[in-house]
Write a protein that binds this ligand. Structure first.
Ligand code: BGP
Length: 469
């Protein structure tokens, strides 16, 4: 039976906006997440004028202050034996307004120092170029990714990164969860989109512009950093049909196509056959420029990175709403749920790996997987996070099965190896970490770090290359 490769990249995944804080330090500009407050309805209650308001709590302004604690935190990742760290570069640290004439040197040198620190611990940086971090000024001035102008700004930003970090970073990914352009357009495509009939027009236009931007990034990366690998990244938690009723099965398949559309374009290099009819039904007409198809065809991604948290269950006719977190759908009686209502389904991970490897035959990287739950500190100071360890164990077992099935998987990064701000709710209490951070939903706390029981567990998993579970 095949097992994990010797150089398998075990690690953890973060995003700048959810951990760094220091939201205006060293010349950083505002980015879209800086306007999101705490709470489930954080996307709905977003101020349409995109202004900050005094007295409101904006979790990404301080987050866990990784910006100043990175050495201490990376030392703990090193102690855990992590082989890689996936994190993102905050675009607005490099170009505060997105369209500035020159990059911000302080932002560039911050990441250079951070990558140096990672290498000192033998940790390979895996870098997301845009993880829900479009500079706010671009959104205000141009409206977001449905404006083609963003392609040029993004390309320039990528080239600045490739030039500066070519000796430090081998693994890149372009847009985090690009398929969330259809579900969370503010985060994934920097657009304020009303949930109405015009939404698909703007969302698919944004998708096309991002495909062009992705292709340009792939091209520049390959030209500027020989041997580097650049992936696309999607949210690929999947849905099962609620019953064997053919309508449920058919519609669930189409729901999956909504996501796979994105990887179909970026990995196969062409628009899939099913999209014309979809666009016709939605009244979508995407503006393209001459040469776009060739560019996309010639610059496909080297690997598929994806997040997997759960499976949901779909009934034909069920409405999928925009601007909400995971689509949990109908109840699945076979699965337990997390405290935040996400069904826990390790077999689903094996299923998805097989589905995706059969479809694309490209190397795959599990860029996010994890359990967000509340943690309590016992009177002896320990945090006995057994549910998290159990989740991890079951998902690594499933991953081992997928590898044995023949799937080419080269890395796995646990989401939030240290507690960070939740993207869906802005809360601190939805914790993923092996390392606890003393901070609550109101932003109070000492920011002190503390190992949970899962810290030693993940260390053992890595040391045994996924064998000692
Ligand atoms: C993914 C995002 C992450 C993230 C994770 C967990 O969609 O890429 O940024 O936070 O989901 O979601 P949440 O933070 O809402 O629990």
């Amino acid at each position: 039976m095949k097992t994990f490769a010797k150089n398998f990249l075990w690690g953890g995944a973060l995003a700048a906006n959810q951990c760094e804080g220091a939201y205006l330090e060293d010349g950083k500009g505002l980015e879209i997440c800086d306007l999101l407050e705490t709470g489930k309805d954080r996307f709905i209650k977003l101020d349409p004028a995109l202004e900050l308001h005094e007295g409101h709590v904006y979790p990404s302004h301080e987050a866990i202050d990784f910006y100043h604690h990175y050495k201490e935190d990376i030392a703990m990742f090193g102690e855990m034996g992590m082989k890689c760290l996936r994190t993102s570069i905050a675009w607005s640290r490099i170009f505060p307004n997105g369209d500035d004439a020159e990059p911000n040197e302080k932002g560039l040198s911050y990441y250079e120092d951070m990558f140096r620190e990672l290498h000192r611990w033998g940790i390979e940086p895996v870098i997301t170029i845009s993880h829900f971090e479009t500079p706010l000024a671009l959104v205000k001035k141009y409206g977001g990714w449905d404006n083609r102008k963003l392609v040029g700004f993004f390309e320039r930003y990528c080239k600045v990164l490739f030039e500066r970090y070519k000796d430090q970073v081998k693994y890149w990914m372009t847009f985090n969860e690009i398929n969330n352009t259809l579900k969370l357009p503010y985060l994934a495509a920097g657009m304020v989109v009303a949930d109405d009939a015009n939404a698909p027009q703007r969302q698919y236009q944004a998708a096309h512009n991002m495909f062009v931007a992705n292709a340009l990034a792939v091209k520049a990366c390959h030209e500027m950093i020989p041997g580097a690998k650049i992936g696309c990244m999607l949210s690929l938690s999947t849905a099962y049909p609620n019953t064997c009723r053919p309508e449920d099965v058919m519609e669930t398949y189409q729901l999956r196509q909504r996501s796979l559309f994105f990887s179909d374009v970026m990995l196969r290099g062409r628009y899939p056959s099913y999209i014309d009819r979809k666009w016709e039904e939605l009244g979508v007409q995407v503006q393209m420029e001459p040469g776009d198809f060739e560019l996309i065809a010639q610059n496909t991604n080297d690997y598929l990175a994806f997040s997997y948290y759960m499976t949901s269950t779909h009934i034909a006719g069920m409405k999928i709403r925009s601007n909400t977190g995971g689509h949990v759908g109908a109840d699945n009686p076979y699965l337990e749920k997390s405290k935040w209502g996400w069904p826990i389904d390790p077999v689903g991970l094996r299923f998805v790996c097989n589905e995706l490897y059969d479809r694309y035959q490209k190397p795959m990287f599990i860029a996010e997987n994890g359990l967000g739950t509340a943690d309590t500190i016992d009177s002896d100071g320990r945090i006995r996070d057994t549910a998290r360890m159990e989740y991890l164990k079951k998902h690594i077992e499933a991953l081992q099965q997928a590898v044995a099935d023949g799937c080419d998987i080269f890395g796995y990064t646990w989401w939030g190896p240290i507690d960070i701000v939740s993207a869906g709710t802005g809360e601190m209490e939805k914790r993923y970490g092996f390392i606890y951070v003393d901070k609550d939903n109101q932003g109070n706390g000492t920011l002190q770090r503390r190992k949970k029981d899962s810290f030693e567990y993940y260390k053992k998993v890595i040391a045994s290359n996924g064998q000692d579970l």
